[in-house]
Design a protein around this ligand. Structure first.
Ligand code: SF4
Length: 208
């Protein structure tokens, strides 16, 4: 049975099909172009205090997209998301469940001063970039880490505890919400729950 027919039958049976996507130069160029646009962005006041914008890191064809809140001190200095202690913890946790194929970005591309929470108007100003990133990367699954990323993707102001442990969707892409690694550095007792979430993510990706 050819691939197209197989997908047709699976879809008729109500089974969600995650297709492998071909790598294209156009896809890569579109992301590069978006990154350049973000680098020159002055849509909100955060551009005045940033060292540089923080676009993303990882494989642009990854199955898993991890979305955090905003760059912190080290991210602002180095121009990459999750590179400080929180980033090290995230890398360690991903390695521990053998999750290697990831693309990582934030809702907000510039660091809020003193790592304060992003304001609603800043999220609103910046959100088109993330939406476009997701549309270009087309991940099979999104892991939202932290309350802000979860609330943005779900478009609901829920507490993190109410978003965890439930499968959500953003534009038909499955979304799992878990703790932000910066929170886990301060609240180590919740690391076990975060590992449960990551194991679930790994299982979902392996099953598909
Ligand atoms: Fe532009 Fe986003 Fe930076 Fe604001 S946070 S200046 S909208 S890139």
């Amino acid at each position: 049975m050819n691939q197209r027919l197989r997908y047709y039958y699976l879809q008729q049976m109500g089974i969600e099909v995650w297709e492998k996507r071909p790598r294209t130069t156009a896809h890569h160029l579109a992301l590069k172009q978006l990154e350049a646009t973000v680098a020159g962005c002055t849509r909100c006041p955060l551009h005045q205090t940033r060292t540089q914008t923080v676009f993303a890191r990882g494989n642009t064809q990854a199955s898993l997209m991890i979305i955090g809140e905003a760059p912190g001190f080290y991210e602002d200095k180095q121009g990459e998301p999750f590179v400080g202690k929180a980033g090290q913890l995230l890398n360690h946790m991903l390695q521990s469940v053998a999750l290697k194929d990831v693309y990582i970005a934030n809702v907000i591309k510039c660091r809020p001063p003193d790592n304060r929470d992003p304001k609603q108007e800043e999220i609103l100003a910046c959100s088109d970039y993330l939406k476009e990133q997701i549309a270009l990367v087309k991940p099979k699954l999104i892991l939202a880490v932290g309350r802000f990323a979860g609330q943005f993707l779900l478009n609901k102001t829920l507490a993190l505890a109410h978003m965890r442990g439930v499968m959500h969707h953003y534009q038909q892409i499955p979304v799992v919400v878990s703790y932000h690694p910066a929170y886990l550095l301060r609240n180590t007792r919740d690391k076990k729950k975060a590992f449960v979430d990551l194991t679930w993510v790994k299982r979902l990706l392996d099953e598909n």
